[in-house]
Design a binder for this molecule. Structure first.
Ligand SMILES: C[S@@+](CC[C@H](N)C(=O)[O-])C[C@H]1O[C@@H](n2cnc3c(N)ncnc32)[C@H](O)[C@@H]1O
Length: 340
């Protein structure tokens, strides 16, 4: 499923009167759906009814929303599982739950991921709940780049730091693929740390991962890491105004907003890299497409970042410059203790 996300797929806010009209329409649509649902006899007719209502109410990605909502209620956790159950009969309590979840999607525009409560990311399934950021498909590409990188291929027992771990997505996806790797995830938000610990337990990764509630400004590691990865808040202020209702109303603004130019947390990460990363180690960042150029310029011109080499930028599946790869030079050995 393609997800609505970040600034890349921003919808403009409707005018206030139009929004009020949409709300009225949404309420009416839910009422109509509940009455149609009461006549549904099987899974197929419930999916069709929810799909139609989502369309009428102007919900984005109506078909997949309907499939995920109905699938989660009837215990089908994939599209193929749902397809095999289309002729299954459906009971009153299931229809009530489908009506409730659809109401939250149609009226409140809650992302379907929060309604379902879990979401596939790379090769793992993560619990997700509001307001912790729903992992995006772009971030799966970041995980792939890291896993395929030379450093990770050569060293089986790599150590990772995930800055702004959220659900734990990046770190847990990497650890699942690299059996001897270990890692630390940090996040300023205590709910994110609770959720990432919960996910590491569910994925049986708690012996190789730990999570800490702390900001990147304050974090002091016990040892330096082979790889530092981060999908930090990076949306520039001007783009925050135009985020879709799904994002604006339900995801934590502190997970998205990166300051005026979107680079507030990125600059802190760059300044702190030599305190976090082994010489020769890799820093991987997911960023706004406007960022790779200024980041490259900072690595080249800022004397306090002279230990960093800008290796490369990479495009995402939309063709936007979304990822940067930076390396701490070998042989660089600033005294970490003096900066604590
Ligand atoms: C864009 S989300 C990324 C979440 C997750 N890594 C992912 O890719 O799905 C950014 C995360 O950074 C956290 N964060 C924001 N500012 C931070 C800071 N100064 N130090 C540590 N974490 C921070 C937010 O709480 C949020 O969970």
């Amino acid at each position: 499923m393609t997800m609505t996300c970040f600034a890349a797929s921003i919808g403009q806010r409707p005018a206030r009167r139009a929004a009020r009209y949409m709300c009225m329409k949404a309420d009416e649509e839910v009422e109509r759906l509940c009455s149609v649902l009461s006549d549904c006899v099987d899974v197929r007719s419930a999916v069709d009814a929810v799909d139609r209502s989502m369309r009428c109410a102007g919900v984005s990605e109506p078909s997949s929303s309907a499939e995920y909502i109905v699938g989660s209620v009837v215990g089908a956790n994939s599209r193929s599982a749902l397809r095999s159950r289309l002729d299954q009969s459906i009971g009153g309590s299931e229809k009530e739950l489908i009506g409730n979840l659809s109401m939250r999607r149609i009226v409140r525009r809650e992302p379907v991921q929060y309604l379902v409560g879990n979401w596939d990311f790379h090769h793992i399934t993560l619990n997700v709940r509001t307001p912790i950021l729903i992992p995006r498909p772009e971030t799966e590409e970041l995980v792939e780049l890291i896993i395929k990188s030379e450093t990770v291929r050569i060293s089986q027992a790599c150590s990772f730091l995930d800055i702004g771990t959220g659900t734990g997505a990046i770190l847990l996806a990497i650890l699942k693929q690299r059996a001897n790797a270990t890692g630390v995830g940090i996040d300023i938000n205590p709910e994110a740390v609770r959720l990432s610990k919960e996910n590491s337990d569910l994925l049986d990764l708690s012996s190789r991962s730990c999570f800490q509630q702390i900001s990147i400004e304050e974090f002091v590691p016990e040892t330096l890491f082979d790889v530092v990865a981060s999908n930090p808040p990076y949306i520039p202020a001007k783009d925050m105004q135009t985020l879709e209702k799904e994002v604006k109303d339900h995801e934590d603004a502190n997970a998205l907003h990166g300051g005026v130019d979107g680079m507030d947390v990125i600059r802190i990460i760059l300044q702190r890299t030599f305190q976090l990363l082994k010489p020769g180690g890799d820093l991987w960042l997911e960023v706004d497409p406007s960022h790779p150029e200024p980041i490259e310029a900072l690595c080249r011109n800022d004397v306090s970042l002279q230990e960093l080499t800008f290796v490369e930028k990479h495009d995402d599946f939309r063709g936007l410059a979304r990822f940067v790869h930076i390396r701490r030079r070998r042989g660089s050995s600033r005294d970490v203790s003096s900066y604590r």
